[in-house]
Design a protein around this ligand. Structure first.
Ligand SMILES: *Cc1c(COP(=O)(O)O)cnc(C)c1O
Length: 396
C-alpha cells in the first residue's frame, strides 16, 4: 500500500486544478498585457481568478497581488511594512519563534539592517496569545506577523484577537496563512488582517504560485522591479495557467471545506488516539486548536530520520518537520519553541492528511508506525539505558 501523508509539505493537484490550467497552456496562452484577442482572453481569466480568490478570502479583487508562492508573499509583506515603518522612525517588529523560515529569515535579515525584532515564545500547547502580543507592543512597533496555523504541529492561532489588538494600536498585522487557507475558514475582514500570504500548492493547486492580500490603504513596495503588472507592485508576466488553477483549487477547497474537514478530523483523531498508545510518546500542540489534517507526535529514544526512512520503505510518505530543515541535523525550531528538549525534538513524526487519504490508509499507518518504533528502540542504546533505569524518561 502507498500512503501520502505529507500534505503540509505539498499536495497533489486536484483534477479540477489541472483541468482549469490546461487551456492557458494551450490555446489561450497569450500574454495578458497584449491587446489582441488571445492576450485579452488571458487577461479576462486573470481578472476572474482574482475576483474568485477575493470572494473566498472576503476581500476585494484589487486587494489581491499574485506572487510566486508563500515565501515571496511573506518576504514582500514584511519588507513593505518594514520600509514604511522605517520612514516614520518605527523599526520594531513582533513575531513568534515558530514561524516559517520565509518569515524568520526575512526578519533575521532586517535585524542586520537595523530593525529590532521581538520573537515571542510559544506555549507548550503551540499557541501564542493576543495578550502576549499586546504586551510586546512598543511606540516604535511597525509590524506584527504571526502565522495563522503552524506548518509542523498544526496549531491554529487566535488570529482574530491578535488582529484586533493590532488594529487598536494602529499597527500593521500580517499573517502567514499558507497552512490555513483552503483548510479552515479564513476571512480577512472578520479576522482583522492587513496582509495575508497564501500558497496554491498547499490546497491542491500548482507549485510556484501564491497570493499576497494587502488591505486597501496599507502600503506595499515591490520586491521585483520591471513591468507594471500587479498594479506596479510585482513585475513579471503573470503565471496565468498557475493563477487560474490556484483560483479553481481554492474555490473547490472552500466549497468542500465542511465535508473535508469533518472527514480529516476524524481520521486525524483516530491517528492521535492510536499512536499515543505507543509508550513514551506525546502529542505536539494543542489537541483542539488544530488543523483538521495535521498530527505531530514525539517518540522517546527515536531518531526521526530513521523513522521516516523505514516508513518510506513501507510505502508511507511522512515528515519529521518542515521540508526546509530536513537534510540538516538540527532539530525543528518549532518543537524547540514549544519547549521540547533537543533529544525529544529529534524523534518527531508529522503526518498531514488530505481528502485523498482513506480509512484503510489510516489503518495501515496505525499498524506500521508502532512496529517501526519498536524495531528502532530495539536497536537503541538510549532506549536500553532508559529501560534499565540508567536514565530517566523525558516523556512519561
Ligand atoms: C509551505 C509554506 C510556506 C512557503 O510557501 P511556498 O509557496 O512553498 O513558498 C510558507 N509558510 C508556510 C506556513 C508554509 O507551510
Amino acid at each position: 500500500m502507498y500512503v501520502y501523508a505529507d500534505n503540509a509539505a505539498t499536495t497533489a493537484m486536484s483534477e479540477t486544478a489541472v483541468n482549469a490550467m490546461l487551456p492557458y497552456l494551450r490555446s489561450d496562452f497569450g500574454n495578458p498585457s497584449s491587446l489582441y484577442t488571445v492576450g485579452q482572453k488571458a487577461k479576462e481569466a486573470l481578472c476572474k481568478a482574482r475576483e474568485n480568490i477575493a470572494k473566498n478570502l472576503g476581500c476585494e479583487a484589487r486587494e489581491i497581488y499574485f506572487t510566486s508562492g508563500g515565501s515571496e508573499a511573506d518576504n514582500q509583506a514584511i519588507r513593505s511594512a518594514a520600509e514604511f515603518g522605517a520612514r516614520k522612525g518605527k523599526k520594531h517588529i513582533i513575531s513568534t519563534k515558530f514561524e516559517h523560515h520565509a518569515v524568520l529569515h526575512t526578519l533575521r535579515k532586517l535585524k542586520k539592517e537595523g530593525f529590532e525584532i521581538t520573537l515571542l515564545d510559544v506555549h507548550e500547547n503551540g499557541i501564542v496569545t493576543a495578550e502576549e502580543v499586546a504586551a510586546a507592543i512598543r511606540p516604535d512597533t511597525c509590524l506584527v506577523t504571526v502565522m495563522y496555523a503552524n506548518n509542523e504541529i498544526g496549531t491554529v492561532q487566535p488570529i482574530r484577537e491578535i488582529g484586533k489588538v493590532c488594529r487598536e494600536n494602529k499597527i500593521t498585522f500580517h499573517t502567514d496563512a499558507v497552512q490555513a487557507v483552503g483548510h479552515i475558514p479564513v476571512n480577512v475582514r472578520d479576522d482583522n488582517i492587513d496582509m495575508l500570504s497564501l500558497s496554491a500548492h498547499k490546497f491542491h493547486g500548482p507549485k510556484g504560485v501564491g497570493v499576497l492580500f494587502v488591505r486597501k490603504g496599507v502600503y506595499i513596495s515591490n520586491l521585483i522591479e520591471g513591468g507594471a503588472q500587479e498594479r506596479g507592485k510585482r513585475a513579471g508576466t503573470e503565471n496565468v495557467p498557475g493563477i487560474v488553477s490556484m483560483a479553481a483549487a481554492l474555490d473547490e477547497a472552500c466549497n468542500n471545506m465542511d465535508k473535508t474537514s469533518a472527514k480529516l478530523s476524524s481520521m486525524r483523531d483516530r491517528l492521535i488516539n492510536e499512536l499515543l498508545k505507543i509508550p513514551h510518546s506525546v502529542l505536539n500542540g494543542d489537541i483542539s486548536h488544530r488543523l483538521p489534517g495535521t498530527v505531530n507526535i514525539c517518540f522517546e529514544a527515536i531518531e526521526g530520520e530513521s523513522l521516516l526512512l523505514l516508513l518510506d520503505a513501507k510505502g508511507i510518505s511522512a515528515s519529521s518537520g518542515s521540508a526546509c530543515t530536513s537534510g540538516s541535523l538540527d532539530p525543528s525550531h518549532v518543537l524547540l519553541a514549544i519547549g521540547r528538549p533537543h533529544e525529544i525534538a529529534h524523534g518527531s513524526l508529522r503526518l498531514s492528511l488530505s481528502d485523498e487519504n482513506t480509512d484503510e490508509q489510516i489503518d495501515y499507518i496505525i499498524q506500521e508506525v508502532p512496529k517501526v518504533v519498536e524495531y528502532l528502540r530495539g536497536m537503541s542504546p538510549v532506549w536500553r539505558d532508559l529501560q534499565e533505569g540508567k536514565r530517566n524518561y523525558v516523556i512519561q
